[in-house]
Ligand binder design. Structure first.
Ligand SMILES: Cc1cc2nc3c(=O)[nH]c(=O)nc-3n(C[C@H](O)[C@H](O)[C@H](O)COP(=O)(O)OP(=O)(O)OC[C@H]3O[C@@H](n4cnc5c(N)ncnc54)[C@H](O)[C@@H]3O)c2cc1C
Length: 383
């Protein structure tokens, strides 16, 4: 059964998809269970991904990357997430947010901070969410106040991928308090060894345990003014634009997970016998599988269409929100059905279906909860 077929993937994105599949089969799938149990950070797999040229490679060739575009990143994501979402998240978050540095940063910033990511020598992360605010991007509290030729950061961030492990983080902070709440934020490069930067891991998660998130506290954390990315006050707009790319890729997280749920469900019901026949012989079960497949294919068609729209800057906000919502919810629903078809065995923690079921809870929330996506779909459908 070939769910993640290449026919829907534009030809130029197929090579990287094949590379990602090979890597996932060799490095991700065989280690998924062990890393889930241990909850360890998969440093070895990350390094293997860097060596294979599959980490941080959306960074342009000028700065040492491969310049992969959003369609290629999607093709890679679905392969990685089918194998395991926790390890995949670590691989894909190693340069999370660095696209904004590439787009808006100075040449000096890019040489110093972007190139080491592309060359696999450093990792980074993106700090937006806070303990008290998540969805309201224009309501974050962390401040960055100008003091001479420095900015001084104060506040807290929560859920930050690689907040402990990274060499530097892109931080979203408040630099003004004007009536236009969308113009009050800016982005900064913050080295994790800066004085006043303190990060610790958040409590253990039930899903994606091979990825690590942090609670960061900034206590008079001083950074040079040169670490501002782009213009002061432009942070919200840069972030909104960046999330269009991110949401296409998160759609890919959903597609990989949905495919995994379907594969597991299919295999189980074709082996399991009840009432003297295979469970797959019951029409109700067949219809359940048919619905899983139908929804998966619909989501995948939408996600690839949306990826091309975002790549071509054709109403990107609308298409990214639709793709993210549909693909992550199909993953959630397929996992739910897959669990039911596994009967009591669904809840054995070492089952792949149980891991998928835990993981699908996450993409419906991160990169903007799906309610926020629906707000965007509604609003932008009328434009
Ligand atoms: C595993 C993981 C990794 C993450 N990685 C990062 C990271 O690297 N960097 C980072 O900055 N953040 C990260 N996040 C945070 C993530 O982006 C937030 O969890 C997400 O934006 C939602 O914010 P919240 O959890 O504070 O939920 P809240 O904003 O408090 O929302 C809670 C719920 O309220 C409802 N809701 C909220 N607002 C509305 C509305 N306007 N309309 C209708 N319903 C609404 C929704 O059901 C929502 O799920 C990560 C989260 C997870 C779980």
């Amino acid at each position: 059964m070939e769910l993640l077929s290449e026919d829907i993937v534009p030809e130029y994105a197929r090579d990287v998809k094949h590379e990602a599949r090979e890597f996932a089969q060799e490095h991700i799938a065989p280690n998924a269970e062990e890393y889930y149990r241990a909850g360890d950070y998969p440093w070895e797999i990350l390094e293997a991904g860097q060596d294979a040229g599959l980490v941080a490679q959306d960074i342009g060739e000028e700065y040492g990357g491969r310049g992969l575009d959003v369609v290629q990143m999607l093709a890679m994501a679905e392969e990685f997430y089918r194998a395991d979402a926790g390890i995949a998240l670590t691989l894909q978050l190693a340069s999370f947010g660095a696209e904004m540095l590439e787009q808006y940063g100075t040449d000096e910033q890019k040489e110093e901070y972007l190139r080491p990511l592309a060359e696999g020598e450093e990792i980074s992360g993106l700090a937006v969410s806070e303990p008290d605010v998540g969805s309201d991007l224009a309501g974050m509290h962390t401040t960055a106040e100008k003091d001479g030729d420095e900015y001084v950061l104060n506040g807290e961030k929560y859920w930050i991928g690689n907040g402990v492990e990274a060499d530097w983080i892109t931080v979203y902070a408040k630099t003004a308090d004007t009536d236009d709440r969308y113009m009050n934020y800016s982005l900064f490069i913050v080295p994790t060894d800066a004085v006043g930067y303190d990060a610790e891991h958040i409590p253990e998660k039930m899903g994606m345990r091979a990825s690590k998130q942090a609670h960061i506290v900034f206590d008079d954390c001083r950074i040079p003014e040169e670490n501002l990315i782009g213009t002061e006050g432009g942070g919200f707009m840069m972030l909104a634009d960046f999330f269009n790319h991110g949401r296409i890729v998160v759609g890919g997280h959903g597609l990989g997970l949905a495919a995994a749920a379907f594969e597991e469900a299919w295999e189980f019901v074709h082996e399991r016998e009840e009432f003297g026949r295979h469970v797959s012989d019951f029409q109700a079960v067949q219809h359940g599988l048919a619905d899983m497949r139908l929804e998966f294919e619909a989501a995948r068609a939408l996600n690839y269409r949306a990826a091309e729209k975002v790549r071509d800057y054709d109403n990107p906000g609308l298409w990214a929100a639709m793709a993210k919502t549909k693909s992550t919810e199909v993953a959630r629903d397929n996992a739910q059905q897959g669990m039911q078809f596994h009967g009591g065995r669904s809840i054995l923690t070492d089952r792949r279906i149980a891991r998928v079921y835990r993981d699908v809870r996450i993409p419906v929330v991160y990169e903007g909860a799906n309610e926020i996506q629906r707000n965007l779909v509604y609003r932008q459908s009328g434009e």
